[in-house]
Design a protein around this ligand. Structure first.
Ligand SMILES: [Zn+2]
Length: 239
């Protein structure tokens, strides 16, 4: 079972936790706890975005879908962020597919409430601006990463980013999902995941992934992981 979101204590979502307590209290009536299921679609390209989501221990992936069979992850949103940043920027639809990559809980807010509160609460507005910038960094680095870095360093980066957000060493992950996230065929994913498994960095079987040696994953990951993490952590600094 996913852990319950904190309703009255400090929020599990780090973006919400960065708000001054008084302003978080102001947002609280607008926040509804929800459970997100593995592979649930939050919004599809062209859909009107009715809610924004602040993940607690769930992960939402932003996918550029080429067609029904091929896609590529262009952004990952967990407890450091919010799914639906387009709404904050004054747009109510998105070109990307927002899909639940890690099941768990989130707090959601109606899009209209998000607009209203971000217009009225200065610290919330500034926080969302900084987050939008860090997501932009993540998305632009990801696109270069997907083009220039090797598959095993990309898989390591992706596993580390997932591990950071989901907060457990074991999580559900199908081969189809991995190949869709990384934009490569299943055979390619099998090959590099098999190599990581033989070297005891991960254990992977029947749709379950276990992280066994995180420091070794950090060593083989490309530098993108550290840059994205540093930028994201900095966006959450109060100020
Ligand atoms: Zn990279």
């Amino acid at each position: 079972m996913p852990k319950a979101p904190a309703l009255n204590g400090s929020p599990a979502n780090r973006l919400l936790a960065s708000l001054p307590a008084r302003e978080y209290q102001r947002l609280l009536p607008e926040l509804e706890p929800v459970t997100l299921a593995f592979a649930q679609i939050i919004y599809a390209p062209g859909d009107t975005i009715r809610h924004v989501y602040f993940p607690n221990d769930s992960i939402v992936s932003l996918l550029a879908a080429e067609d029904h069979h091929a896609s590529l992850e262009v952004g990952m949103i967990g407890n450091e962020g919010m799914a639906g940043i387009a709404v904050f920027m004054g747009v109510n639809t998105s070109r990307t597919l927002a899909l639940v990559q890690g099941a768990g809980t989130a707090m959601r807010m109606k899009s209209a409430a998000l607009r209203m509160e971000s217009d009225h609460v200065g610290s919330f507005h500034r926080l969302l601006l900084r987050y939008a910038h860090s997501l932009l960094t993540q998305m632009s680095l990801s696109s270069a990463c997907n083009r220039f870095h090797t598959l095993n360093s990309r898989l390591a980066r992706w596993l580390l980013m997932t591990h950071d957000r989901i907060g457990t060493d074991e999580f559900r992950l199908t081969q189809d999902f991995m190949s869709n996230m990384l934009g490569v065929r299943r055979e390619g994913v099998n090959k590099v995941a098999g190599e990581l498994q033989r070297n005891k960095l991960i254990r992977y079987s029947r749709g379950h992934m276990a992280i066994l040696n995180r420091p070794a994953l950090e060593r083989i990951s490309c530098a993108c992981y550290g840059i994205i993490k540093e930028d994201s952590d900095r966006s959450l600094d109060k100020g």
